[in-house]
Design a binder for this molecule. Sequence first.
Ligand code: COA
Ligand code: ZN
Length: 323
Amino acid sequence: MDTPVNAVEPVKAVKPKTVKIVEVGPRDGLQNEKALIDTATKCQFIEKLSDAGLKFIEVTSFVSPKAVPQLSDALDVVKSLPVRPGVHYSALVPNIKGLERALESGIREIAVFTAASNSFTQNNINMTIEESLAAFTPVVERARREGLFVRGYISTAFYCPFEGKIEKEPVLAISQRLLDLGVQEISIGDTIGQAVPKDVHTTMTHLLQYLPLAQVAMHFHDTNGMAIENVKTSLDLGISIFDSSAGGLGGCPYAPGASGNLSTDALVHFLHQQGIQTGVDEARLAEASALIRQVIQQTDGLVEDIGNLEYLGQVTYPPSSPL
Ligand code: COA
Ligand code: ZN
């Protein structure tokens, strides 16, 4: 195994004074809501998020519109958003076709996504982990050549809905592969919200011996109400990038049992209580969350569940082979 790179041992890590929040509500949130929300309302929501001081907003996905119909207006969303100094918009991209659509939209940051379990990647993007890494290679190369910032998600990094507990070694191996491809930030995801602080501590202490701290983000879901506890553990390890979703929207349509993301409102409030700066105005954030919750309530129930959910859980998969 490689030599640890970090000069600072994670156990002696310094709790950060400021954090980077990556707001994923318009993407991770809305992709899992039944409601099909119109483009203008999505843009209004995104503008309210940046009015509240959020600087990193994942606004949509350039995935197959058949897979995630809620985000099929990705191009229009990005094109409709105003350029705001200091505000970074990003979008998910699964393949070259997605990258071409992203480039056409003018967006400057993208995220590729894989998982630490083969059953999950198979369900989510119809590829094994290896196939997904192979598919991302030309995507990341071209994106970097075009000067885009590239993030990489690793879903199911602690627990998988199909395979149960995920060990730390494959998570590290996939993180390293993504960094080698040219990915600049890795988001480690507790996609179904099953991790407890001990899991976070075990996996992340291991990863941070090898990965640059400044490039590691945490992505928690709040299924069991443990997300803030997991943030606390991550902060103690020196981690300073967190994904969250305004109003706690979301989940993942391909992960049975994934409930809402860690709410940005709860995250910001908690961080401020800890004396950690976020640059976010809590009252204005509450307005953004209230807007989207109200729209979802009004629209929900009018559309059917999206297809893939129906067969989830009925398919059995072989265990993931370690990378
Ligand atoms: N943008 C738009 N359309 C796309 C696309 C993209 N990025 N990628 C594929 N498509 C279209 C193809 O053109 C094809 O359309 P057609 O049937 O009209 O010819 C269809 O989607 C299937 O394409 P294929 O390459 O065979 O892909 P697939 O069916 O194996 O699906 C993914 C693979 C990755 C494209 C798809 O599973 C996907 O987009 N998943 C996203 C899941 C997601 O967002 N999950 C939440 C994030 S955690
Ligand atoms: Zn998520």
